[in-house]
Structure formats: structure tokens, C-alpha cells
Design a protein around this ligand. Structure first.
Ligand code: ACO
Length: 337
């Protein structure tokens, strides 16, 4: 890949933010017929954070972004592009521009990217293209979701899984030989889109304003998921995507230092690591504290792993996202900080 790029791209800094409100499995068992034991055994999740009613997706995304900017010691005015990966924007037209204004990144273009739990991986890959082809120098990629606002809190099969959060990464141009975003592998299977969705419910608009207004309008429903099918999809397709990506770069699974998967379910994380013969000691996992935070889960776990000093200079990190769409994909990073 290096010969075809104009400049390298690497992650300069990360940041993250979660709401203060922490809801334990014990508390959830007062809302639906479940138990701490069932949730921990089947998912590994112990608690999750839920956004307060006066807090927005943009508040969380802005906090994570500001933390990343501070760590990178760069001004928001130096950001050329903001990509906000989210499936729960505050505005259907997108929330990235509101984020741009909130952090005063006045020189940045900003757009939303919707790809559910794969959103952050797609955001990193998209940003990398803009940097490697020489278009931009500094890009802020944010993964943020507040799925608590779209969760059916009476459905025990889904409400135990999700939490809210935001994570951010600043990608910067660097010399070609220092390129840190080594390669990627992306996939979509729209035939299975109904296995996990927040569907749009249409009905005929009741208006007598004019006969030509015989149109459908509607609203979005709450999350529905075929858990078993999503589980099977994840444990088969994610290892295949990772293997393909490693192979294309001539990297063996023994050379991988860290495996960072979308934090959906501890059993999925372990099954994927097993299939790749990567020891579980190389798995980055924080889902027991936050559950599945959708597009936020990977940058949130990455930021925590960096804060805990796990990731060292030149470490190889395999990052894989998967979820609604269905979408899944891998990006392989050499850590350059
Ligand atoms: N508490 C207690 N019992 C429960 C609960 C609960 N919260 N939820 C379901 N059950 C019951 C079911 O009713 C069922 O009972 P039955 O045998 O009497 O019918 C039994 O437990 C088993 O249910 P299953 O659905 O078969 O449970 P499973 O082992 O498949 O675990 C789970 C469910 C955790 C959802 C699992 O299927 C899973 O993790 N799937 C993947 C989800 C995922 O990774 N999503 C990622 C993408 S997210 C995104 O893109 C936004």
C-alpha cells in the first residue's frame, strides 16, 4: 500500500467520554425479568452508562473530542475534517456540524457516517483515504451513540446489552515511511438488514391541506434484534475479515499485539480470538463496564487501553467492527505514538 500513497496517516491522540449515570445488572433486574447472573454469563456485561435527560449525543462527542485535542496539543482550528460515526444523531440531517460548532473547529468540514457498530472502523478508513491522497492533514474521527434513547426497555433480550458513550481519535498526516494505518477490509450484507434495526414505520399522512399530499410519513421504532443470528454472523464473518486483512499485509496472527473488537459480547470476543489463535491476553475488553456502546465502543476501549499504558510504540493492533447493516470490517494499525 505504501507505494501508492502520497503521505502516511497515523493516530495522534484519542479521547473518550461516558455519562455519569451507571446502571447495574441488579437495577435492570428490577425493570425486566432478568438477573445479574444471566447477563454476566451470556454477555460479560456488569453495568452500563446512560445519558442524562439534559445531555445530548453532541455533548458526549464534544467532550471526547476536546480530550483528544488536548492530548494531541492541537487547536480545534487545525482540524480539516470531522467524521461523526453515529446511528443516534440529535438531528436526522446529521449532528457533525453541531459538533464542529461546539468544539469551535471552525475550519473543518463535518459530516455524519451511519454504519452502526462498524461506524468507527469505516470512519478511520474514510479519514485515512483523505489523508493518504494528500487532501487533508488533521482529521477528527468520533464514534458516539446514545442507543438508550432507541432501546425498548421492556425487551429483556436487547435492553441488557446497550449503553451510551463517545470516543474520538485524531488522525494526522505523516511521512510515508511512518504510515500507521496499514490496511483494511470492509463488507456489507444488506440482505440481512432486518436482523438488527431501528426501523422506520410508515403510515399515510392524515392531511386535508391538498389532495396532492397523498404521501407517507412516519417515525422510527425501537431497536429489534435477532440475537442468535447476529451472534452467528459475528463469530464467522469477523475472523474471516481479520484473516483476509492480515494475509493481504503478510502479517501472521502471532505478530498481532492487540485484538480490539467491537465490544458486543464477551463470548463473541473470545470466540473470534480463539478462531484466530490469538490468546485472550491480547484481547482489549471493557464491555463489563459499558456494555455495547455501538460506534463508541472501539474508540472508548482504545482510549482506555492507551491510558492504562497497554499499547506501546510500534505495536500492531487489529481493530474490527461489526453490526447492523449488516456491516463488518477490519483496519490494522501500527501504533506510532
Ligand atoms: N434475562 C434472562 N433470560 C433471558 C434474557 C435476559 N435478559 N434474554 C433472553 N432470555 C431468555 C430467552 O427468553 C430464552 O428463554 P427460553 O429458552 O425459555 O426461550 C433464553 O434466555 C435463551 O435466549 P437466547 O436468545 O437463546 O440467548 P442467547 O444465548 O442467544 O443470548 C444474546 C442472547 C446475549 C443477545 C446473544 O444472542 C448475543 O449476544 N447476540 C449478539 C448480539 C450482538 O452482538 N449485537 C452486536 C451488534 S450491535 C449493533 O450493531 C448496534
Amino acid at each position: 500500500m505504501e507505494s501508492s500513497i502520497m503521505q502516511g496517516a497515523s493516530i495522534l491522540a484519542t479521547g473518550s467520554a461516558v455519562p455519569d449515570l451507571c446502571v447495574s445488572n441488579q437495577t435492570l433486574s428490577q425493570i425486566v425479568d432478568t438477573s445479574d447472573d444471566w447477563i454476566v454469563t451470556r454477555t460479560g456485561i456488569k453495568e452500563r452508562r446512560l445519558v442524562a435527560k439534559d445531555q445530548s449525543l453532541v455533548d458526549l462527542a464534544a467532550l471526547a473530542s476536546t480530550r483528544a485535542l488536548n492530548k494531541a496539543s492541537i487547536s480545534p482550528l487545525e482540524i480539516d475534517l470531522i467524521i461523526l460515526a453515529t446511528s443516534s444523531p440529535s438531528d436526522l440531517f446529521g449532528s457533525a456540524s453541531k459538533l464542529q460548532a461546539t468544539i469551535s473547529a471552525n475550519n473543518a468540514i463535518a459530516f455524519d457516517l451511519t454504519a452502526a457498530c462498524s461506524g468507527f472502523v469505516l470512519g478511520i478508513v474514510t479519514a485515512t483515504q483523505f489523508i493518504q491522497n494528500g487532501s487533508y492533514k488533521n482529521i477528527l474521527v468520533v464514534g458516539a451513540d446514545v442507543l438508550s434513547r432507541w432501546t425498548d426497555w421492556s425487551d429483556r433480550s436487547t435492553c441488557i446489552l446497550f449503553g451510551d458513550g463517545a470516543g474520538a481519535a485524531i488522525l494526522q498526516a505523516c511521512p510515508r515511511h511512518e504510515n500507521g494505518i496499514l490496511g483494511f477490509q470492509l463488507n456489507t450484507d444488506g440482505n440481512k438488514s432486518d436482523q438488527l434495526s431501528i426501523a422506520y414505520q410508515e403510515h399515510f399522512a392524515k392531511t386535508s391541506l391538498h389532495e396532492i399530499l397523498n404521501i407517507k410519513q412516519g417515525f422510527f421504532q425501537q431497536i429489534t434484534m435477532n440475537g442468535k443470528e447476529v451472534y452467528k454472523f459475528a463469530v464467522s464473518k469477523v475472523p474471516a475479515s481479520i484473516s483476509k486483512c492480515l494475509q493481504s499485509l503478510n502479517i501472521s496472527s502471532e505478530q498481532v499485539n492487540w485484538l480490539l473488537l467491537h465490544q458486543a459480547n464477551e463470548r463473541i470476543l473470545n470466540a473470534v480470538a480463539d478462531r484466530l489463535s490469538i490468546p485472550s491476553s491480547k484481547l482489549i475488553s471493557n464491555l463489563e463496564k459499558y456494555g455495547n456502546t455501538s460506534a463508541a465502543s472501539i474508540p472508548l476501549a482504545l482510549d482506555e487501553a492507551i491510558k492504562e499504558d497497554k499499547i506501546k510504540f510500534n505495536d500492531l493492533i487489529v481493530i474490527s467492527g461489526f453490526g447492523a447493516g449488516l456491516t463488518w470490517g477490519t483496519v490494522i494499525i501500527k501504533w506510532k505514538c
